[in-house]
Write a protein that binds this ligand. Structure first.
Ligand code: GDP
Ligand code: MG
Length: 162
């Protein structure tokens, strides 16, 4: 069975950009404004001859009433379905309550999760990732989804046993 990888994180962190790059499609709508992908979207991707399934989600921004909005619910369903979670944050902005909420959810559900610090293009990755360890996730991968930087180290996680 193909491994299932969920892309979760706040709106606008670059989930759909990463989904499109990894699935080599333009299926996931990429937008300059948050909240466009309202449902879960599935795509097939290959890495080193292994096929895996990616799930793109709309995102959780922490402003929800509880976590009951449709978008947040879709993100949590995607986490539940996944073998591995790529938890994306924006390396250019600070952590928000939404980020802590996601970290807490994956921890409580004991879901294997790696932190993906996106938009690292033009930044010093050590400086940009330093504060992210506050989320309590030890595997941190600096990437640029739009420039394609850092992807092979991240994707090695897909091949690793869960
Ligand atoms: P989503 O809401 O998490 O799916 O985010 P999108 O993929 O729609 O991207 C939101 C915005 O961030 C778009 O304007 C993207 O072009 C931009 N973006 C995505 N990845 C990167 C990146 O690696 N570097 C930079 N500088 N911008 C990015
Ligand atoms: Mg999106």
């Amino acid at each position: 069975m193909s491994k299932v990888v969920a892309l979760v994180g706040r709106p606008n962190v670059g989930k759909s950009t990463l989904f499109n790059r990894l699935t080599k499609t333009r299926d996931a709508l990429v937008a300059d404004f948050p909240g466009l992908t309202r449902d879960r979207k599935y795509g097939r991707a290959m890495y080193n001859d292994s096929e895996y399934i990616l799930i793109d989600t709309g995102g959780i921004d922490g402003s929800e009433e509880g976590i009951e909005t449709h978008m947040a619910e879709q993100s949590l369903l995607a986490i539940d379905e996944a073998d591995l979670v790529f938890f994306l944050v924006d390396a250019r902005s600070g952590l928000t309550s939404g980020d802590y909420m996601i970290a807490d959810y994956v921890r409580r559900h004991q879901k294997k999760t790696v932190l993906v610090a996106n938009k690292i293009d033009g930044l010093d990755s050590d400086v940009a990732t330093a504060e992210l360890y506050a989320l309590g996730i030890s595997a941190v991968y600096p990437i640029s989804a739009s420039h394609g930087r850092g992807l092979s180290s991240l994707l090695d996680e897909v091949l690793a046993p869960v």
